[in-house]
Design a protein around this ligand. Structure first.
Ligand SMILES: NC(=O)c1ccc[n+]([C@@H]2O[C@H](COP(=O)([O-])OP(=O)(O)OC[C@H]3O[C@@H](n4cnc5c(N)ncnc54)[C@H](OP(=O)(O)O)[C@@H]3O)[C@@H](O)[C@H]2O)c1
Length: 147
């Protein structure tokens, strides 16, 4: 199963991306949205398109809010573990704004995107450490059997 996170996906291109990905087999799609209700409502609109072997999980995520990023990270890790997956395969940094405020645009499109990307990198680190521990344990068990 492939796992994918799409930020800012309660509407527009992000929502269509989630919809299309979820219509293919064996995909777990995390649907990031500033307002969880907006993601749930959007998901309800294309529920019938979701492939029976795939699922869409709405996740509250404001990419400019540290607490929201930490909570989204925890939700993703929990769900990946539930599904026996070893990490997130793809992050689609879709969330963005266009305004006349240079500062606001940078806060969302640059610093917010960087913060989410960094957080997802830590998801990988968690699973990589777990895999390394398992590999070491297997090696030690093997050596135990040989020696
Ligand atoms: N449409 C185009 O022609 C076009 C062209 C080139 C590039 N793009 C890029 O494609 C992407 C999607 O475009 P779109 O037209 O689908 O835009 P859109 O309809 O305005 O959707 C943007 C999404 O980003 C979310 N978002 C904004 N600020 C956020 C934040 N701080 N945290 C989390 N989510 C946030 C919005 O959430 P809310 O609903 O809560 O506001 C919304 O879900 C953007 O990166 C855009 O720059 C679009």
């Amino acid at each position: 199963m492939r796992s994918i996170m799409v930020t800012g996906s309660n509407q527009g291109i992000g929502m269509q991306t989630v919809r299309q990905l979820a219509s293919t087999p064996n995909v777990l799609v995390f649907m990031g949205s500033r307002k969880i209700a907006a993601a749930q409502e959007a998901k309800a609109g294309f529920e019938s398109d979701i492939h029976p072997s795939s699922s869409v999980v709405p996740v509250q995520l404001d990419i400019t809010n540290d607490k929201s990023i930490v909570a989204a990270h925890a939700t993703i890790v929990t769900k990946l573990k539930e599904k026996n997956l070893r990490g997130l395969d793809v992050l689609i940094n879709n969330a963005a704004i266009i305004t006349d405020s240079f500062k606001e645009v940078y806060e969302v499109n640059v610093f917010g995107t960087a913060a989410v990307t960094e957080s997802i990198r830590r998801v990988h680190a968690i699973f990589a450490t777990a895999s390394l521990r398992l590999a070491v344990w297997k090696f030690v068990s093997l050596m135990d059997g040989i020696l």
